[in-house]
Design a protein around this ligand. Structure first.
Ligand SMILES: [Mn+2]
Length: 287
């Protein structure tokens, strides 16, 4: 076979690969939002729910997408290299989105702080920032940052965060096992640590304290609200006249924060969205 006859075959292959990544696009129109915020994906760890995130990315579209930190878990990767194909697929989709004209702003967190040295740079259409000010369609100014900036202010709670981290890692592992069993039984995704978090009084007070500190700091910077991640707890509430938004995580909560065309904000719980479709998709079954 000469080079010329091989060319159409090669381009067909590439198109095929493209289709494989855009199944949702053909099944129905993507939901369009003005802005999407996602964070705490922790690519490079077993806890990362890449399959659910791929399903999300294939179902939605936006003018702007903010990656609010802890996208790649450099800490974990340094200890043990773990990088399945699905984790590549997540990055591939985001890069492709940037190439197609979506504004992609990446604000590295503490787990991917190695990317903070590239602040102000632009990689393949992805802007790297330390923080950002987002203006909503209804004219509100929101400070967007990861949230680990407040860890020092939270110093009194540091021991708790440390103890919490070890327990959380164990819970995350358990969560993977529990959901693998649930999938096999045809049951929808269920968050173990989400439930545990709401049961443990200390964790709850840590979370509400964090939210108050972040809102207070945002208030002193003269913005209307703040969007962050870091504590893996999706939330939308007003604290001392400041709108506090947390986009959650893709380890167990599987949540995103979105802004509608009107400026209205919403937290999307993707496991619930999938459950609403009334069936477990083959892609999720195979995961
Ligand atoms: Mn973090």
């Amino acid at each position: 076979m000469d080079a010329i006859t091989r060319l159409p075959f090669l381009s067909e292959l590439e198109e095929g690969a493209d289709d494989r990544f855009h199944i949702a696009e053909r099944e129905g129109a993507r939901r369009r939002y003005r802005t999407i915020w996602i964070s705490d994906i922790h690519l490079g760890t077993r806890g990362c729910n890449a399959t659910m995130l791929i399903d999300f990315l294939d179902s939605v579209d936006s003018d702007t997408i903010y990656l609010v930190g802890d996208i790649i878990d450099g800490w974990r990767l340094k200890k043990r290299f773990y990088w399945p194909a699905a984790h590549n697929d997540v990055l591939w989709r985001i890069m492709k989105r940037a190439k197609r004209g979506t504004r992609v702003v990446y604000i590295p967190g503490n787990h991917d702080e190695m990317f903070r040295q590239f602040t102000g740079m632009n990689f393949g259409g992805v802007e790297i920032r330390r923080k950002a000010i987002h203006e909503t369609a209804d004219g509100r100014k929101l400070l967007v940052l990861h949230g680990d900036e407040f860890d020092t202010i939270m110093l009194a709670h540091r021991w708790l965060a440390f103890v919490g981290d070890a327990a959380y890692t164990t819970l995350m592992r358990l969560n993977v096992v529990v959901n693998a069993v649930r999938r096999r039984m045809g049951l929808p995704y269920w968050s173990l640590s989400k439930m545990a978090k709401h049961k443990v009084k200390n964790a709850v007070s840590f979370i509400s304290r964090f939210e108050e500190v972040v809102a207070h700091e945002a208030g002193s910077r003269g913005v209307d609200g703040v969007v962050c991640g870091h504590i893996h707890n999706a939330e939308m509430r007003e604290i001392e006249g400041i709108q506090y938004y947390n986009d959650g995580d893709w380890v167990e909560g599987c949540t995103a924060l979105v802004e509608h065309a009107s400026g209205a904000m919403e937290v999307l719980h993707w496991a619930d969205e999938i459950a609403k479709r009334g069936e477990v998709s083959p892609a999720l079954m195979a995961a």
